[in-house]
Each structure stands twice: as structure tokens, then as C-alpha cells.
Ligand binder design. Sequence first.
Ligand SMILES: [Zn+2]
Ligand SMILES: [Zn+2]
Ligand SMILES: [Zn+2]
Length: 133
Amino acid sequence: MAQRNTWQRERVREELSDVRGFVSAQSLHQALREANTGIGLATVYRALAGLAASGEADSLQSPEGEALYRACSSEGHHHHLICRSCGMTVEIEATDVEQWAQRTAALHGFRDAEHVVDIFGLCASCANAAAQE
Ligand SMILES: [Zn+2]
Ligand SMILES: [Zn+2]
Ligand SMILES: [Zn+2]
């Protein structure tokens, strides 16, 4: 089939932007299934990969090695602070990291260097809740 299933990609994008933090393809697929969209898991994977490739979604690896996705509110290069308990995500700029990465790459004779830096931790309210247990 030559025709691209753009409505499915649109639907995946919509669902993704309703999510507060990063989400796996499987849990997004679960939500789409509950909404009776009939979109298969393979299509969700493809749509997410496409959105990530075109810069419309952020992708990252969880500490457990699972691929996670999010519709990003910032454009361009940025980093994330992610709560590993509730998934709350803050988009951050990291000027120090940019300078360090450029310097380090140049020091080793690398050009066109890119980097991925995301910080996982417990957000303030999850840390509070944990302290009160
Ligand atoms: Zn982002
Ligand atoms: Zn949290
Ligand atoms: Zn950076």
C-alpha cells in the first residue's frame, strides 16, 4: 500500500500531546485501544519514530532501556528533567552542558557533535510524598 496512513499518525500525535510526561509506545497504544481507534501497536511505533525523526516529538531511553516519547513544548535543542515516579517533565536549557560538550568534542578533534542529556529523579511532590511514608 503506497498511501501513508496520515490520519493514524495525526491520532497518535494527538494522543501523545494529551500525555503529561514521557510515555512508552505500549501505553500509548493501550490508550488508543481504549478509545477504539483500531490503530495497531506496529503503527504506533512507526508513527512515534516518524514524529521523533521530524522533531515533533522527543524520544529518550528510560533508565530501564525502554524507548519513551513525548510531544515537546519547546522547539530546538533542549534537555529534560524527568520524575521517575510520576513522569512529570520539565524542559530545561543547559548552557554549561552545551559549552562542555562542544569543548570536549573539539578537544578530541570531533566535529558536528551532538549529545543527549536527560536527568531522572524524584520531583518535589513525589519526594515529599516519599518522605511522609
Ligand atoms: Zn522536550
Ligand atoms: Zn513526581
Ligand atoms: Zn544540550
